[in-house]
Design a protein. Sequence first.
Lengths: 140, 548, 331
Amino acid sequence: MNKFSQILGAVAAGLAVFIAAWFFIHAGHGGSTSAHAEDPAVAAATVQPGGAPIDSSKCILPVEQMRSSHMQVLDKWRHDSVRDGNRVYVNPEGAHFEKSLNTCLGCHNNNPMFCFMCHQYADVKPTCWDCHLSPMEVPQ
Amino acid sequence: MSKYAPKTEELKKEFEEKKPRLLKGKFDGMDWWDIPVEFRDGNWCFPAKPEVLDELHFPNPRKWAATDKDWQLPANWEKTIRDGMKDRLKRFRSFKVFMDSCVRCGACADKCHFFLGTGDPKNMPVMRAELVRSIYRQDVNAFARVLTKFSGSRKLTPEVIKEWHMYFHQCTECRRCSVFCPMGIDTAEITMMARELLNLIGVNNNWILAPVANCNRTGNHLGIEPHTFEQNIMSLVDDIEEVTGVRVNPTFNRKGAEILFITPSGDVFGDPGVYTMMGYLLLFHHIGLDYTISTYASEGGNFGTFTSNEMMKKLNAKMYHEAKRLGVKWILGGECGHMWRVVHQYMATMNGPADFLQEPVSPITGTKFTNAKATKMVHIAEFTADLIKHNKLKLDPKRNDHLRTTFHDSCNVARGMGMFEEPRYILNKVCNVFHEMPENTIREQTFCCGSGSGLNAEEFMDIRMRGGFPRASAVAHVREKHKVDSLVTICAIDRASLTPLMRYWNPGVSVYGLHELVGNALIMDGEKKRTEDLRENDMAGFEEDDDE
Amino acid sequence: MRKVLQPLLLVLVLALIPYVGVTYGKLDYLFGIIIPYTAVAILVLGMLWRLIDWVRRPVPFRIPTTCGQEKSLDWVKTNPLESPSNPFMAALRMLSEVLFFRSLFRNTKAELHGGPKLVYGSHKWLWLGGLAFHWSLLIIVVRHARFFMETMPMPIQMIDSFDRFLDVTVPAFYLTDAIALAAITFLVARRLSDEKMRLLSLSTDYFPLFLIGGIALAGISMRYVTKVNIMPVKSLTMTLASFGFTAPEPIGALFYVHLFLVCVLLVYVPFSKLLHMGGIFLSPTRNLPNDSRAKRHVNPWNPDIKFRTYAEYEDEFREKMKKAGLPVDKQ
């Protein structure tokens, strides 16, 4: 009986940690999306994909923000475009962009090492290239 | 019973009122160092008499009592304590590491029998150690000297000494807390250090130091002189003859015997220890052992252990000295608790190597006791278990059918030696009814009797009955469940102290030594028809006219 | 309450120091280079001094706490782990303490019931919380190797990917971050919720918990919420790893809060209860085999003690002994 209750206790504890972890994940997720600017009104509007004018002279967000948060922007884009079919991103200044990795690579195509230099240095292995063709693999 | 203890009903009421809490009193918002120390009847032992200290050349002999306002500490006592502490920190890595590495996780808090019985927060082992640690911090850490409250450090004052005296004499060095400590911190070690320090300034306990002085002079704690010692054993021989019809013939101080037998002097004089002694004598006669008993090394126990390392060594030295003089091959030791802590963990280191002795071999079975090949001293339970295993004893366990037994592991044998199986093996062979107490109260988790380490004084009865409560509660459990009425032990202090404890908490439960039951069960050559056990109580199923 | 609030306040003040220093004082070099080196030097030298200081002190007696059957007669079943009879088993016992907190696993909780009688229940929460806390801290420290090496070595990479196996959130969520925070919360809560724990806890018990909690919160915030640019961080840590003194590029102040609290922790270790990480290995009740009757343990300072010899004893009692018929050496 005692052994049984011990096992039960251990299972309960494991479950508790797991649940706590999940709560944390979702809290973390919510926190991360609210960290960068996006107009919910625009996101809700039905703008035709491809209808957005692309201004390639400026990045979607200030460079400092991009450096620290680009992974979260891209993650959000992936979710919006794949899950919700919402492919238009409006930045805080009102400029429209297509939610696509190509939007980035459209400008940052001059150097195939653009992504890799930093990722390698920081020893980060993003999952982008699991699906997308990596710039390293595109013949120049 | 004792004027030094509350009535059982009063103590029961106290427990009923605070349950399920363990702490007694309210401490919210308090720091532990603000809780005052109160000496009252029943919670302190009488200090050593001046003549005892003189005999031992111990410092500061005087007449005083713990309830005095001024304890007449010697001049410069602070320096004595501080220097003494530094010296011991230098000599004992254990002390230093235990001072440094406690994280106050509290796992030990509810493991101490004195805490469980008194509900006094300073009886939590972690707090007990903090009493010393708070002074230690002052000396080793500059920050602690300034940030006293933050770091839990404090100045050494007479109040601290009073606190030490109180709480290092409410620790029986039983090591139960050490079993649960994730750092392996052993409060027994800290208590030993603290008691050494207190002895340096004449803060002491007569129930410890009087036996020490006795043992030094006469060879045993009770101060029995050689002729009386011999007479008393011979009167036990008469008693044995009366019960069994067999005349056993122990020898004393006999040179050339194969084995020297040493047991606590409580077995020679105290009730119910004497019945255990009768058991040993019957056993040795039964197997025809070539042994002798010494009147000089007539004490197995060692109250020096509760005084200082030096005193422990001084008293223990007699065993090897006598074994060498008598020219025996090895030493057999009787049932005792702290005696075995000393023999097992200290004896060879302190007074060895015992090159003049031989590696112990049982003369009856030929078994080599390789686990004792350096110290050359074998525990009687190991010896007897080996005899039974080899079918060398004629036993009739039915002769103990009038007893329903349970077994109390003695703290020192359990946690300072690791002997659990042999006594159980013997018990199962010599009696038919044996029930274990709950698993959290036996083996390495066994509870102290509450009176060990020299706290068996009459005037300490209040704390003793409280400290023994966890043990008594476990006995009550098997008494209710299995009608157990006999508590079997392998420790002389247990036999002396569990008896009043049972009378207090569980009337109707008697205390037995393991070898008393062996003695009951032994079928001796040429014995008369046995109808009574060694206590001259009727056995069940052996009435006079039963067989007709 | 003072015992709890003081250390909490202290950690907040400590966190504020680098924040103010970097934001308003432009003291990046102090907090990025000078303090970290100093802290590591104090940690290493401090721990070294502590260890030497411990090891120098002799172990006069062999005093293992025996929690199982000793090795005795051949047919008696022994407990080699809890009563080790040789140094190898003693080492295993020690490892089981260090890695799995074996003694804490025994923990029980006593309660007073009617009768009165004492009841003991299994109480493994402290064991679980402690284990979760220490193991997740270790994993967190280990996977910080990514900052101090060009690429993580294979074993660390495996630990890292195991830690993020849930593969949720970007950047990937580390399990140990949550476990560490939950465990710290539990460890603080248990000190506050039990009256025994409230009484026996000192400010110095809360302080390291709050400090580690602060470090974890700052770190987690940087990774998931407030974000910092990782490139200058790695550049600084690589500088530190190669013992360089190049001034760091601008990094968010939160990073310096994280780093400074870590430095405080490192400095705190050799002078506090955090020493237990070394102390446990040297605990004579756990790291010695229970073989003191089979093998003589030597005490380097074994004192010469004059004891009362048999001859002295016989001199005092000779006549009485003779009368009682006891043999005597001298007539």
